[in-house]
Design a protein around this ligand. Structure first.
Ligand code: FPP
Length: 240
């Protein structure tokens, strides 16, 4: 149908949605116009993930570094998040999408936290897809918090291992992403899931986020399926 091998769809895809500002500038509009149009790409990415049978989709929606943007832009992003949660959550849940977040929610405006908590508590038990929004998230914050939690638990240094660290990350219980997509032609990881992406394949798309459509998502999965995943060992592909 779409040329993909449906037996090798990644379980977890993480996306750095980038290029909203440039997309808007190219149209002679302000940056917020780009974010507004980025919401349609979020919708389409969720729909496509569901259609392809991806189980976890994680979107980098707001980083701890994004607070340094002009106040009007930060406020507009928070407002957009709030309005999107209110307008979309029923549709998400009717379609079996469970919503959750990673990041330091205590830094977000209270009305956003309330809307998030309401949307999360209404999530369906029987879900097809887990949609994780990374909000006020950075990987260094997450790893630092995990180290603090481990130290606070009284664990001995001999007991600290990759497993105990992973269990204290915001993503505890989720599989690591097999594929990370970043749009807008930037080739950086920007403090996003540094631990969890240790063995992920990276797909960099030149498309700006508001233009990111199903065909681009499918192209990223096709690119992933053409990679020879070795995990530091030998080829996993047959006849090699
Ligand atoms: C990056 O583009 C985009 C963001 C920091 C925000 C992403 C937000 C949305 C897509 C809309 C709301 C999302 C949800 C989940 C409701 P940029 O501003 O860094 O673009 P630039 O690199 O061209 O400046």
């Amino acid at each position: 149908m779409n040329g993909l091998d449906l037996d090798r769809i990644p379980q977890h895809v993480a996306i750095i949605m980038d290029g909203n500002g440039r997309w808007a500038n190219n149209k002679g509009q302000d940056r917020v116009f780009g974010h507004l149009n980025g919401v349609e790409s979020v919708r389409e990415a969720v729909r496509t993930a569901g259609k392809l049978g991806i189980k976890y989709l994680t979107l980098y929606a707001f980083s701890t570094e994004n607070w340094s943007r002009p106040m009007e832009e930060v406020n507009a992003l928070m407002d957009l998040l709030l309005r999107t949660l209110v307008s979309e959550s029923k549709d998400l849940f009717d379609n079996g999408v469970k919503l959750q977040t990673i990041g330091d929610l205590s830094g977000l405006p209270q009305n956003c936290v309330d809307s998030l908590n309401e949307a999360i508590s209404n999530s369906p038990d029987n879900h097809k897809l887990v949609l994780t929004l990374a909000l006020n998230y950075s990987s260094k914050w997450e790893i630092t918090s995990a180290v603090k939690a481990l130290m606070g638990s009284g664990i001995s240094s001999e007991e600290v291992d990759a497993d105990s660290i992973a269990k204290n990350l915001a993503t505890a219980g989720m599989p690591d992403p097999e594929l990370m997509i970043r749009t807008s032609g930037e080739h950086r990881i920007s403090n996003f899931m540094l631990w969890q992406l240790a063995y992920a394949e990276f797909h960099f798309s030149s498309v700006l986020w508001p233009d990111f459509r199903e065909e681009h998502f499918i192209a990223a999965i096709a690119d992933y399926q053409n990679r020879d995943r070795r995990f530091g060992g030998v080829s996993q592909q047959k006849n090699q």
